[in-house]
Design a protein around this ligand. Structure first.
Ligand code: PEP
Ligand code: CO
Length: 454
């Protein structure tokens, strides 16, 4: 304690996390090679700018106050091989389509945040994986190693930090060019139309809605003489789990004419459920950056933890600084969320509340395949809306693992995908994602829920 009675706070530096226990970090056999890669990373130009970061922070402050709604989504883990034109455009398309549907339901602006441009590092439940007689390091995401089960592939390779950074840059460059080039222009919704696999009732509903929006836009422009939506601002923000602290530190910079430090590898870093210990290295790292930060919260959090997150990350209780991404699962949210909300209130926190309806709903089929049921995903979102409303506040957004591809990783949905379908197009090396049709269906369900709640 200092003489004023406040707890002593040790000085923060981009590397002060190194004094704490850092969970989930790869064990590099060649530490000198790691240092060389990080030194190179420190010299490369940033992927995002401080004004974009602060703009997102302001928008999240509005989400915390119920004036905006967050749609955060993307792959569980991006893959280097999927850094391709069709994959990126399909991801933008599904996020754009969902956000349009949500705008209509929410009647407030939607903040689009992609889990892309750096979502390459994964926490794992065990450090090693055994197959037959062979035990090797677990796959920790393309930023660290390769999923192929050989000693060479699984050895953490520091050069991957640079490859990941470059692919993040390529992704973001293409996203920015598409958005700037009018890809997201509401006058041309056909630009972001996905190729529907056969006839889908959702496609009709979606097209009807889009035609209505385009017609009212044209009407407004013709009658009022204003051209809507002509802006240069980026339309997508990026986010990834700030897991690999060496990588994050290398991108933590000061900028001219603005105080503080910024993580310029992404707009919105979040800390995962496995690394969110208030005394741990990840929270120590996030403490000193100006970016808005997300905290994943699952069952088992304590009141004391909530207080320490608030005091460490947001001592001024500034709306927009913290987004709590709760991920309890459809069966546990009713018992866990009210206590979380009460703890935050008791601490005087004003946070944006986002429901991650994926990570508490993972199940393993009798055949040993990881999947999630769309019914559980929607049930968790629906309960989240109701619980927040019953406690006199608003759910500020949703977080999903999804893809614009026609994969079969989750079950349920209008097409009735069942366990037998999972073998057909299961690609994910980590968590199962909603495919584009399941994602859009979910957006319609949520929009309907929001409309009925008004
Ligand atoms: C994730 O978002 O992919 C993840 C690992 O989530 P959580 O930390 O909530 O388990
Ligand atoms: Co995941």
């Amino acid at each position: 304690m200092n003489p004023c009675g406040a707890a002593e706070v040790s000085p923060w530096t981009p590397d002060s996390w190194r004094t704490r226990t850092a969970l989930q970090q790869p064990a590099y056999p060649d530490v000198a090679a790691l240092d060389r890669a990080l030194a190179e990373l420190r010299q490369l130009p940033p992927l995002v700018t401080s004004w974009e970061v602060l703009s997102l922070r302001e928008q999240l402050a509005e989400a915390a106050l119920g004036r905006r709604f967050v749609l955060q989504g993307g792959d569980c883990a991006e893959r280097f091989v999927d850094c391709t034109s069709p994959r990126i455009t399909n991801m933008l398309k599904i996020l754009l389509q969902m956000s349009l549907v949500l705008v209509v339901g929410a009647q407030r602006p939607v903040i689009r945040i992609g889990r892309f441009g750096g979502q390459y590092a994964k926490p794992r439940s065990s450090a090693m994986e055994t197959r037959g007689a062979l035990t090797l390091p677990s796959y920790r995401g393309d930023l660290v190693n390769d999923p192929a089960f050989s000693a060479e592939a699984r050895t953490p390779d520091p050069q991957r930090l640079l490859r990941g950074y470059e692919r993040g840059a390529l992704t973001l460059n293409f996203v920015r060019a598409l958005v700037k080039g009018g890809f997201a222009d509401l006058h041309h919704p056909e630009y972001f139309d996905l190729d529907w696999a056969g006839h889908s009732p959702l496609a009709d509903e979606y097209h009807h809605m889009v035609t209505t929006i385009s017609d009212s836009l044209r009407f407004m422009e013709n009658v009022l003489g204003v051209r809507a939506g002509e802006t240069d601002r980026i339309d997508f923000f990026t986010a990834h789990e700030a897991l690999h602290l060496g990588y994050e530190e290398a991108q933590t910079r000061r900028v001219p004419r603005r105080p503080g430090w910024f993580n310029l590898s992404t707009h919105f870093p979040w800390v995962g459920r496995r690394t969110n210990d208030p005394s741990g290295a990840h929270i120590e790292y996030l403490r000193g950056i100006e970016n808005p930060v997300g905290i994943k919260v699952g069952a088992g959090f304590t009141r004391e933890q909530v207080g320490r997150w608030m005091d460490t990350l947001d001592p001024r209780r500034a709306p927009g600084r913290i987004t709590l991404i709760h991920r309890f699962g459809a069966r546990r949210i009713a018992e866990a969320l009210p206590a979380l909300i009460e703890s935050v209130r008791a601490e005087g926190g004003v946070v944006a509340w986002v429901c991650d309806a994926m990570h508490g709903n993972t199940q393993v089929t009798s055949g040993g395949i990881k999947t999630r049921n769309l019914d559980d995903v929607y049930s968790e979102v629906e309960q989240a809306f109701d619980i927040h409303a019953a406690m006199g506040q608003q759910l500020g957004g949703v977080h999903f693992e999804l893809t614009g591809e026609n994969v079969t990783e989750c079950i349920g949905g209008a097409r009735g995908a069942g366990e037998a379908d999972l073998a057909r197009a299961y690609e994910s090396e980590v968590d199962p994602r909603l495919n584009y049709e399941q994602s859009l269906e979910l957006a319609f369900l949520i929009a309907r829920k929001m409309k009925n709640g008004r």
